[in-house]
Design a binder for this molecule. Sequence first.
Ligand code: ADP
Length: 168
Amino acid sequence: MENLRIAVFPGSFDPITLGHESVIRRALPLFDKIIVAIGINADKRCMFPLQTRLAFIRELFKDEPKVEADSFSSLTVDYCRQNHIRFLLRGLRTAADFEFERIVGLSNKLLQPDLETVFLLTDNRYSFINSSVVRDILNHHGDPSAFVPPTVYKMMQDYMAQNRQKEK
Ligand code: ADP
C-alpha cells in the first residue's frame, strides 16, 4: 500500500466539471490510483448533497478502475496520513489559484512534510470553468451542458427534475 503512488484530488465538486475531469484524466499516467475526495465543510452550503456529488464522480469514472471517490471531514493532511497517501493533486487555472495554492501547499508541507502537492496546469479550453458558475446557471434555469461532462449533465437534469417533483 505504502509503495503505491496514490494521489488525492480534494475539492467540493459541487458539481464535478469538465475542468476537474480533465485534470484527473491527465494525471492518470502519473499515479496508480487517484482518489477524488470531497471535503465536507459544515460551513459551506452545497447545491448537490454529498451522496449525489459522489454518484456523479463514480458514474463518470465507472470505466476507470484507477479512480475512486470518497469523502472526508478532517484536515486534508490527516485524511492523507490515515490512508498512507503521499501525493495531493491540484489544478492551476489562474494566478489567483497559484497564490491560494501556494499558501495551502506550504501550510500542508509544514503539517505533513512527506506529502507532496502535484500541480497540473489547466487545459486552456477549461480554464474559465468553475463549479460556482455551473451552480449559478442552474439556479437561473440556464443550460450548463458546455461546462460539465455529458454523464454528469444527464444526472444533474434527473436530480433537478426529482427535486421539482418533490416541491410540487
Ligand atoms: P472547492 O470548491 O473546494 O474550492 P474546487 O472544485 O474549486 O474545490 O477545486 C478543486 C480542485 O480542482 C482545485 O485544485 C482546482 O484548482 C481544480 N479545478 C477547479 N476547476 C478547474 C478547472 N476548470 N480546470 C482545472 N482544474 C480545476
